[in-house]
Design a binder for this molecule. Structure first.
Ligand code: ATR
Length: 279
């Protein structure tokens, strides 16, 4: 049987096995997809061991190994190079290939599933970690009016802004307290937003038509949402969404890279949100 896995630490929370098994079922095949918790010093060894087996087809990579996955690959995609990180690995002709499907997953969810266009919009991103670096290029490819990156550690936001300012679109790096709204689209990528409270944000970020997206997602079966989405609702956002759709869309791109077949992501998003619905 074809083997796949997601490598991370921790990895117990990962929904990737459910998502990829659902894609495989749509395709009429059965796959073996495991979660593998990798010791922090054993990522390269685990990857090599996995692909030594002829049945080892593809790996997803999550925190904290995405940069190492990129560095290991003989043939990283342009997207992975720009992100300095990879979430998808596979072997071809004896060489390790890597791609980063996170940004495409985000853009597909925003545009196709939610119907939010980015072209000409003022975009605010909260956070400047690895998750933001991974999605900036695909966001810029949608030609927003500008992108503002706001972060607790201002230097990290400034560094990202500088690195991604070669696309002909203004990218600003700033701290939280100097932000001036309103923005059209606000995307949260502050990981503390999952468990803890949101950092204090200035008033006026949300205008009459602002939509809010949380790349950090909680348990899809829980309706309570995330602290960021609670903030969005309280401050009058028009629409808001968590990152479940992005999770499924980045997985769909990985599945396509491995199997050269495009799954029906919408059906899987519905099933994740409503586990009892049976689709
Ligand atoms: P990820 O891969 O999820 O991006 P990361 O690279 O560790 O993870 O980045 C975490 C992000 O959440 C950073 O932007 C971090 O801000 P700093 O760069 O200032 O550390 C942000 N973050 C985490 N906890 C936070 C908190 N309590 N308040 C504000 N920002 C926080």
């Amino acid at each position: 049987m074809r083997r796949f896995a997601v490598l991370g630490n921790p990895v117990a929370h990962s929904r990737s096995p459910d998502i990829h098994r659902a894609f495989a079922a749509q395709h009429g095949i059965e796959i073996d997809y495991q979660r593998i918790e990798v010791a922090l010093d054993n990522f390269p060894g685990t990857v090599r061991h996995f692909f030594n087996d002829d049945e080892g087809i593809g790996l997803n990579v999550t925190v904290p190994f995405k940069a190492q996955a990129f560095e290991m690959a003989r043939y990283p995609s342009e997207r992975a190079k720009r992100a300095g990180a990879a979430n998808t690995l596979w072997m071809a002709h004896g060489h390790l290939h890597a791609d980063n499907t996170d940004g495409l997953g985000l853009v597909h969810d925003l545009r196709r599933n939610l119907g939010w266009q980015l072209h000409g919009k003022r975009v605010l991103i909260l956070g400047a970690g690895g998750a933001v670096r991974g999605v900036l290029d695909p966001l810029l490819a949608e030609t927003p009016a500008d992108i503002t990156i706001a972060n607790r550690t201002v230097a990290k936001a400034e560094e990202l802004a500088e690195q991604f300012s070669d696309r002909g679109i203004a990218v600003y790096g700033t701290g939280m307290d100097t932000l001036r709204g309103p923005f059209d689209i606000i995307i949260n990528a502050i990981s503390a937003g999952l468990a803890g409270d949101m950092p204090a944000l200035p008033d006026g970020l949300i205008g009459a038509d602002t939509v809010c997206y949380d790349m950090v997602y909680g348990n899809p079966a829980e309706k309570s949402g995330t602290p960021f989405l609670a903030w969005a609702e309280t401050h009058g956002a028009t629409e808001w969404a968590d990152g479940i759709g992005m999770l499924v869309e980045q997985a769909a791109e990985s599945f396509y890279l491995w199997m050269n077949w495009r799954p029906d992501s919408k059906a899987v998003i519905r099933a994740l949100r409503h586990p009892s619905a049976g689709d």
